[in-house]
Design a protein around this ligand. Sequence first.
Ligand SMILES: [Fe+2]
Length: 133
Amino acid sequence: MNHIKGRITKLLVDYFGDDFRRITHALEVMKHAERIMEQTVGCDYELLIASTLLHDIGIKQSEELLGYNDGKSQEKYGPPVAEMLLASINLDPEKIRKVCEIIGNHHSPSRFKYVELKILKEADMIVNRIDAD
Ligand SMILES: [Fe+2]
């Protein structure tokens, strides 16, 4: 798909609106993931971009419905939103399925062997560490 990064960034920005903190976090995680990808074999670029940009997309619904968000609620609410957003740009259904598995597993011990999940976890950890400083 052409311009995948721009397309999914638009989905992210439209969905989060004025929540600049979440938007910035997602972009930072993508940036670190792209760097890690350069030293990784067998990584699918589209899968990595979609997974990193949308990995915390469940936060909004979780906060609206539960009044809070944590790793578990993000894993629960994220995949259906990601599926809806990615279907709207006609991303390959097989990739959407994997993105949903990755987002639904990014805060708990890995159930999938996807290298993109591994990279997302590493990049998220790096950015969260920088944010905490
Ligand atoms: Fe994150």
